[in-house]
Design a protein around this ligand. Structure first.
Ligand SMILES: O=C[C@H](O)[C@@H](O)CC(=O)C(=O)O
Ligand SMILES: [Zn+2]
Length: 281
């Protein structure tokens, strides 16, 4: 079992203006997330979000972060959300086991001491995409069931952005300290996500791009201020950090899906500043 947590710093728009391709990738991209029997995480200084993959195949896995965070156990002062994009699995939360079907997940409140992830079938392991944010209060654990998520259709074929936004953790249905999380699925023949683009200076956001429509699909992710954008080419199962000042949209060479997670100042999903198409540069 390998455990790795990489730190990524926070940067200003002026900083990233000077970054070349390698620097953009090093500072914002998480290239490897799901690796058999490993826990691979990134700690970003953007709102101190921790995100990454837990991929148990032959044995259960537990995220142990105490010295790194200066606490007695990982969720002493944090909350955690995850969505499983692999095969069937289980999670055992302080001794209580729950089955986690593909596309289901869990919200786990502050103060939980042990979260143990497992797969049912080593030939088709679970892939747990996990996101943790600082917390100040314990809210109840909640199983996040794909079909119970708020399904919000958006876009149309003409704009090549027809998709369904599934809100798993939303302030209208449950309470968390900061975390908001969901899963957006593009329909076949559609390529643009989060277009028209938006920013929300009040919240940072991470995107995990997954479930690409073809083996050679690539997504070009756009970030930066609307008037000064950068791009990062993404393979399947890679994630990217989006600072609060930045747009965060992408175009794929086929359809695809992605998991988004946000934290920061408020929990108002619709609190976005839409970018006029003519303002993109
Ligand atoms: O602030 C909200 C997030 O960027 C995503 O929910 C947007 C998204 O899933 C989409 O437009 O496809
Ligand atoms: Zn957003």
């Amino acid at each position: 079992m390998a455990f790795n947590m990489t730190t990524q710093y926070a940067h200003s728009p002026e900083d990233i203006d000077h970054y070349n391709t390698d620097q953009m990738r090093e500072q914002f991209l998480m290239e490897k997330i799901f690796s058999p029997d490993d826990i691979l995480l990134t700690y970003t200084y953007n709102d101190r979000m921790i995100f990454g993959g837990v991929t148990p195949v032959h044995a259960p896995l537990e995220i142990k972060l105490d010295k790194e965070l200066g606490v007695k156990f990982f969720l002493e002062r944090r909350e955690l959300g995850f969505i499983n994009i692999g095969g069937a699995g289980t999670v055992t939360i302080d001794g209580d086991e729950s089955a986690i079907a593909p596309h289901d997940g869990f919200y786990i409140g502050m103060g939980t001491q042990h979260v143990v992830f497992n797969s049912i079938d080593p030939a088709n392991p679970a892939k747990f995409y996990v996101v943790s944010t600082p917390a100040h209060k314990t809210y109840p654990n909640k199983k996040l069931v794909y079909k119970d998520a708020i399904a919000m259709p958006k876009g149309d074929q003409e704009h090549m952005n027809k998709r369904v936004i599934h809100k798993y953790i939303d302030a209208s249905t449950m309470q968390t300290c900061q975390l908001q999380m969901g899963y957006t699925v593009l329909e076949p023949g559609n390529s643009w996500n989060t277009m028209p683009a938006h920013t929300h200076a009040r919240r940072m956001e991470t995107y995990l791009y997954c479930e690409f429509g073809a083996a050679d699909t690539r997504v070009s992710y756009f970030m930066g201020t609307p008037e000064n954008t950068k791009h990062i080419w993404m393979k399947q199962d890679q994630a990217v950090v989006n600072p609060s000042y930045s747009i965060h949209c992408g175009v794929g060479t086929t359809n695809y899906a992605f998991i988004w997670a946000m934290c920061g100042e408020n929990q108002t999903y619709d609190d976005m500043d839409q970018v006029a198409m003519g303002d993109l540069r």
